[in-house]
Write a protein that binds this ligand. Structure first.
Ligand SMILES: [Zn+2]
Length: 308
């Protein structure tokens, strides 16, 4: 009889645990950074739109990442619609040519007119994110200007290679009637020669983890992405970590510090909605990278060399 009760009790415990496991939003969640809060609360992002918004003095930036000719149009469109509906300026990190050598696939942006139209009508600032974002692997995963196997520069003439890749990328953009004035290095990784070539084409780059806008040794203005991104394998944890870092910045008196993150549209809109709602609640004003650059006096931007 007693054994039956133990089994019954275990069954009840199992069901209760299972219920909370499947509905994590019901319980209070604490991230690794010790930030606590209820998920549904940060899902409600209307606070900034009801007249009780007080600017914390800091800017926030969001970039939709790794958009390329093989991207899923629906999820990109959903993210764009969400941002537009909340009047949030944003940028798109665009890779104009998709390649997967293993499957012998190459897709050019001009072969995807629907995607081109969507990008054009999005009003986003376009950031050129490499030409193919790969060297011998798949677009978006592989490095374009770095050998990740030996963790060293590619054993080729990097100046010639980078020049031809950038020229090819710009040609493809032109073919689609698009243009980009900001560059983002794939996986933020290259060497001095490649960076030197990039500086001949772009006076602004959008990468790295500095807290403020900086200048590099080539005189380029560097807009950071200091809050990193939502990781697909632990998205809720990432959201909490980003919001925790942003909360920290929000209470800083140094208003030149920005809260800047990027987001992969294939994750859907849920985490993007959480971040936007959370950042608005913390009092952030969203700007695009160009507006952010204009908000700082050029002579006040610190020079931090990246490659020397
Ligand atoms: Zn990328």
């Amino acid at each position: 009889m007693r054994k039956k009760w133990v089994i019954f009790l275990c069954l009840i415990l199992y069901l209760v645990a299972g219920f909370f496991w499947c509905n994590p939003g019901i319980i209070k969640e604490t991230s690794g950074n010790g930030v606590s809060g209820e998920i549904p609360a940060i899902l409600v992002d209307e606070s900034g739109e009801q007249g009780d918004f007080t600017w914390n003095g800091h800017y926030a930036l969001v970039r939709l990442e790794d958009v390329n000719p093989a991207s899923d149009i629906t999820s990109l469109e959903d993210c764009i619609e969400l941002l537009k509906s909340k009047n949030i300026p944003f940028s798109i990190a665009l890779i104009p040519i998709y390649k997967n050598p293993e499957k012998n696939v190459t897709i050019y942006l001009h072969e995807k007119p629907e995607l081109v139209r969507l990008i054009k009508n999005s009003g986003a600032t376009i950031v050129l994110h490499g030409c193919t974002h790969q060297y011998d692997g798949e677009t978006g995963i592989d490095f374009e200007f770095w050998d990740e196997t030996s963790n060293a520069p590619l054993e080729i003439n990097n100046t010639e290679y980078a020049t031809s890749k950038i020229e090819l990328a710009l040609e493809e953009l032109k073919r689609c009637n698009l243009s980009a004035e900001i560059w983002e290095t794939p996986h933020y990784t290259s060497n001095y020669d490649v960076a030197g070539v990039v500086s001949r084409y772009f006076s602004k780059i959008y990468e790295g983890y500095d807290r403020k806008l900086t200048k590099n040794e080539f005189g380029q203005i560097v807009v950071p992405a200091n809050l990193d991104y939502v990781k697909g394998e632990q998205p809720v944890q990432s959201v909490f970590e980003i919001l925790a870092k942003a909360e920290n910045i929000s209470s800083s008196d140094d208003e030149d510090i920005v809260a800047s993150f990027f987001y992969h549209p294939f994750l859907g809109t849920d985490y993007l909605r959480m971040l936007i709602g959370g950042l608005k609640k913390q009092g952030y004003k969203f700007v695009g990278p160009e507006e952010c650059i204009l908000s700082v006096k050029p002579e006040e931007i610190e020079t931090i060399p990246q490659y020397s």
